[in-house]
Design a protein around this ligand. Structure first.
Ligand code: NDP
Ligand SMILES: O=C(O)C1=N[C@H](C(=O)O)C[C@H](O)C1
Length: 245
């Protein structure tokens, strides 16, 4: 049995994670913690799953890592600076590992992977992400990561900037620039989480679209991370290596 704690246990995703852990024969839910609950209740857990808020996740990670508990993190808001800080904490506590995945949905991970593979064949790539209006961060972690992977693939292929003659614009009209890839964020009542990657070339457009239909869709990826984290040394970013991608 792997002893699991959940941070953000009463949140939209945390509730689903708790249900999935409780339903799994090889996992034991030993702590279900939300805002204002003492983090010390995590003592005794081997793995902690974090679906909280970008403002609090770093404090949670520092506590868990310094107590030898492997974090499996869905909370977003990670940039290179934050990832470097987490790596530093892990170096101080060897034997403790951490998985940070901007999206635990298997189809979303495949979309990111396919976008990375396709990027070098197209002059232009732009990303449109669409989410529920209660989301704190923009662009989404998934969109940011997709843009980073696309930019990396283009750089590796020796490609320059994308064609764009814009010389006059309202602030924000062209979206956020993530390593040269434009990312547009929609916040709309009724949505859960959706993304389109638009790839344009000579007379052809390839559109990849991913739709999250419910939040239980994240739990198979989370449980995969919980089961594998003890054997993944240091920091792992993204679910790709666990899916042999
Ligand atoms: N990687 C992935 O696959 C996915 C990632 N996410 C990300 O996960 C995060 C959470 O999303 P979601 O579940 O929709 O958000 P919610 O706001 O529904 O849930 C977050 C929960 O965490 C609680 N919380 C706040 N601070 C703390 C704290 N210090 N300790 C413990 N709990 C705390 C919140 O309480 P209160 O409401 O009182 O603030 C709330 O109950 C976001 O960053 C989101 O982008 C979401 C879906 C999938
Ligand atoms: O806040 C959400 O809802 C989601 N957050 C993650 C992100 O920022 O990419 C994953 C998914 O898009 C749902």
């Amino acid at each position: 049995m792997i002893r699991v704690g959940v941070l953000g246990a009463r949140g939209r995703v945390g509730v689903e994670v708790c249900k999935a852990v409780e339903a799994a024969g090889d996992l034991e839910l030993v702590a279900a913690i939300d805002r204002d609950d003492p983090i010390e209740s995590l003592q005794g857990a081997q793995v902690v799953v974090d679906f909280t808020h970008p403002d609090v996740v770093m404090g949670n990670l520092e506590w868990a890592i310094s107590h030898g508990i492997h974090p499996v993190v869905g909370t977003t808001g990670f940039d290179e600076g934050r990832l470097a800080t987490v790596r530093g904490w892990l170096e101080r506590f060897p034997g403790t590992n951490c998985l940070i995945a901007p999206n635990f949905g298997i189809a979303a991970v495949l979309m990111m992977h396919f976008a990375q593979q396709a990027a070098k064949y197209f002059d232009s790539v732009e990303i449109v992400e669409l989410h529920h209006p209660n989301k704190a961060d923009a662009p989404s972690g998934t969109a940011r990561r997709t843009a980073e992977l696309v930019a990396e693939a283009r750089a590796k292929a020796g490609m320059g900037p994308m064609p764009d003659a814009t010389s006059s614009e309202l602030d924000g009209a062209r979206g956020a620039d993530v390593n040269g890839v434009h990312v547009h964020a929609v916040r709309l009542a009724g949505l859960i989480a959706h993304q389109e990657v638009l790839l344009g070339g000579n007379g052809e457009i390839l559109t990849m679209r991913h739709d999250t239909m419910n939040r239980a869709s994240f739990t198979p990826g989370v449980l995969l991370g919980v089961r594998r984290i003890a054997e993944l040394p240091g920091l792992t970013v993204g679910l790709e290596p666990l899916l042999d991608l």
